[in-house]
Design a protein around this ligand. Sequence first.
Ligand SMILES: [Zn+2]
Length: 238
Amino acid sequence: MAFAVLTTVSCGATEPAASPASSAEPTSAPPATSPPAQGEPEATPSPTAPPEFSAKVSAVSRDRLPYSWRPGCPVHYRDLRLVRLSYWGFDDAPHTGELVVRKTVTDDITTVFRKLYDWRWPIQQMKLVDAFKADDYASIDANNTSAFNCRNATGSSNWSNHAYGAAIDINPRQNPYVTASGSTAHKNAEKFTKRPMKGKGVINPGDKVVKAFAAVGWEWGGYWSGTKDLQHFSKGGG
Ligand SMILES: [Zn+2]
């Protein structure tokens, strides 16, 4: 958030001739240093620019995780963190969501979601899976983006990386878990099983979303062979 001060200063109003043309092109400049600028009078159609990205990391109390954590989970809830952060919605408006992740990966998550927000890359909703009583199926069916959940990996008796707070599922309707034969357990996701494909919130191989996660060491389940988990990113893979 210290960046905000710097970027406001750096995008000064001394180059009026260049900015209208350049504001429309998809620039590859680092997003953290090139927000939709408040200093450019014609850059934003609305009178009020959206708020800057923000992320707040805090301890997570036991009562925030009534369903997703229990004694015996591989990570204690004291080693988890609540991250409240900005995301860009399917309604083309800014929102604040909540994620729970392991304390060692909060910087990774903040780095990636800052990029997604600055790109206006849309996410439908972001609530703790406890809002769905830690029912993974229900959370996915509601197209909810979430991270920590003390559960086994799908179709396995081993802990999922979600149980370690080191995995996240993003827009699970548009990015389903697809079996090797091409099917999904979610009716509302059936039209999203193919890749590549266009669509709001869809993740494709080689996407900037995939690259943003890769830059902090998180691998995409869309690169698995056989079964593909298109919504899933995890630290170190798996
Ligand atoms: Zn997942």
